[in-house]
Design a protein around this ligand. Structure first.
Ligand code: AMP
Ligand code: ZN
Length: 475
């Protein structure tokens, strides 16, 4: 039933270090079961397309999974699809996101969910995420499991009823707010909205909400018709699909304070076991330094970038140039630079495939690359090692080809597969040849003029050790 992905290895397991939001420090990763890693990533709410900000979160978790796979582990991955229960601004009261999407498009919530879940998976495919190896359960398919968990919480005295629904009593969970060390007191003090009348503490949250007239999504429950609260879906689906305790839980850092602390409170109160051993959070993508928001008009989707002629993997390369825990600012200038870098890597890969005959040999550079990725996914350093080693005279073509293969396993940039971006147009190839001839004759004025002609046709020229490298600029 499980779409397993694995690579068998007889070598001792590689040491992996990850920054755990539970402790705030970098720790040696020890899986629950040797050779196997279970991973859950909070998924998108499918009332709209996923922005490139959301996609940063999934490229991060995919890079994490690739690191485990390349290190010889099995990886069991789940990304949930939120298709019920999520209110605007992650609030406890207010508008429901699926209802908003349904009203906007005059379709049912199920149709909206179907459409945006499909577009989400298509985006991930375009970003080289191996979606065949991931389970994408929908919250509406796990309502029974959510009710069962809420029932257990009520029976154990962790929940109370209000006219609006069934609420989790956060004061009953001693470790409440452990993640990010926000604690009980700070959560109460920091509550943004006036608490619902009758709610015992501002941080208490809905496990089940009673249906209001006109609610499109409702199910029967022991408490009456309604729908599950937002946080319970993750707790219930994790238990159903991965077990009471998982190795790694990921998400964006916005979810630390409330959503993930609520998941911990529910799961640990229901299961008497820790929910996740390692919590990993990615920092946000901003657009030119601003928060991504529809109201600010700065939301971009992967389809916008494709329409402008960018390879989706240029976005992946752009993400990898920053550490996942560092905020990153998107701009088209920065994406242009990433697209050029990626194309140059692919041309290097094309040349190396010919020189090495596609044979890989071990090298110190490959070890260094792997070590940096296993050091809390230090992708900027790892990309530096890749570039430096590919340009170095120290390594044989087979060693460099091995590096390309490793880089593809870790980064998902398809350097080997997309090495040839197609032959150069004949007139461009002719200009490049004339420029080489001018350079050989030391006629640098002519060489510069020809470079400008190439640039006018949209090609950047870089003089590599084995001749010029031409890269087509996007747009
Ligand atoms: P949501 O649909 O809002 O729950 O978001 C889905 C995932 O994307 C969550 O893990 C969020 O934390 C993450 N996320 C949302 N916006 C951004 C952003 N601008 N940059 C990085 N991650 C984000
Ligand atoms: Zn979640």
């Amino acid at each position: 039933m499980w779409p397993f992905s694995s690579r068998r290895s007889t070598r001792p397991p590689a040491q992996i270090f990850l920054t755990n939001s539970l402790t705030g420090s970098k720790e040696l990763f020890v899986p629950l079961k040797p050779g196997s890693v279970s991973m859950y990533s909070c998924g998108p709410t499918v009332y709209d397309r996923a922005s490139i900000g959301n996609l940063r979160s999934y490229v991060f978790s995919d890079t994490l999974a690739r690191m485990f796979l390349a290190s010889g582990s099995h990886v069991r991955r789940v990304i949930n699809i939120t298709d019920v229960g999520h209110l605007v601004a992650d609030a406890e009261e207010g508008e429901d996101k699926m209802a908003l999407g349904a009203a906007r498009e005059r379709r049912s919530p199920a149709e909206i969910a179907e459409r945006y879940a499909r577009l989400f998976v298509e985006d991930l495919d375009a970003l080289e995420v191996d979606t065949g190896a991931i389970l994408f359960p929908r919250a509406t398919e796990y309502v029974a499991e959510q009710i069962a968990m809420a029932k257990t919480l009520e029976e154990r005295g962790f929940a109370y009823r209000l006219p609006e629904g069934l609420y989790f009593d956060t004061s009953r969970f001693a470790r409440y707010g452990v993640l990010g060390n926000v604690g009980h007191a700070r959560l109460k003090a920091g509550a943004r909205v006036a608490p619902l009348a009758g709610k015992r503490h501002p941080s208490d949250f809905a496990l089940w909400r009673f249906a209001k007239p006109g609610d499109l999504q409702q199910w029967p429950s022991p408490w009456g018709r309604g729908n599950p609260g937002w946080h319970i879906e993750c707790s219930a689906m994790i238990r159903a699909l991965l077990g009471p305790t998982i190795d790694i839980h990921t998400g964006g850092e916005d979810h630390i304070a409330v959503h993930h602390n609520n998941e911990i409170a529910q799961s640990e109160s229901a299961n008497d076991r820790p929910l996740a051993r390692y919590w990993l959070h990615n920092a946000f993508l901003t657009v030119q330094g601003e928060k991504i928001a529809k109201s600010a008009g700065n939301v971009f989707y992967l389809s916008d970038l494709a329409a402008r002629g960018y390879d989706p993997l240029a976005l992946r390369y752009f993400f990898l140039q920053a550490h996942y825990r560092t905020p990153l600012s998107f701009s088209f200038e920065a994406l242009d630079a990433a697209a050029e870098g990626l194309l140059r890597l692919r041309r290097l890969a094309a040349a190396l495939r010919e020189e090495s005959g596609g044979k890989a040999a071990p090298s110190a550079a490959r070890e260094r690359l792997a070590l940096s990725v296993r050091d809390d996914l230090a992708t900027p350093a790892a990309l530096g090692i890749l570039w430096e080693s590919l340009k170095s005279e120290e390594y044989a073509p087979e060693e460099k080809w091995g590096l390309i293969e490793d880089a593809d396993a870790f980064f998902g940039l398809a350097l080997g597969r997309k090495a040839e971006e197609g032959p150069l147009p004949p007139e461009v190839a002719a200009l490049a040849e004339r420029r080489e001839a001018a350079r050989a004759a030391k006629d640098f004025a002519a060489a510069d003029r020809l470079r400008r002609e190439l640039e006018a046709r949209g090609y950047a020229v870089e003089d590599g050790a084995k001749g010029p490298i031409l890269t087509k600029r996007p747009r």
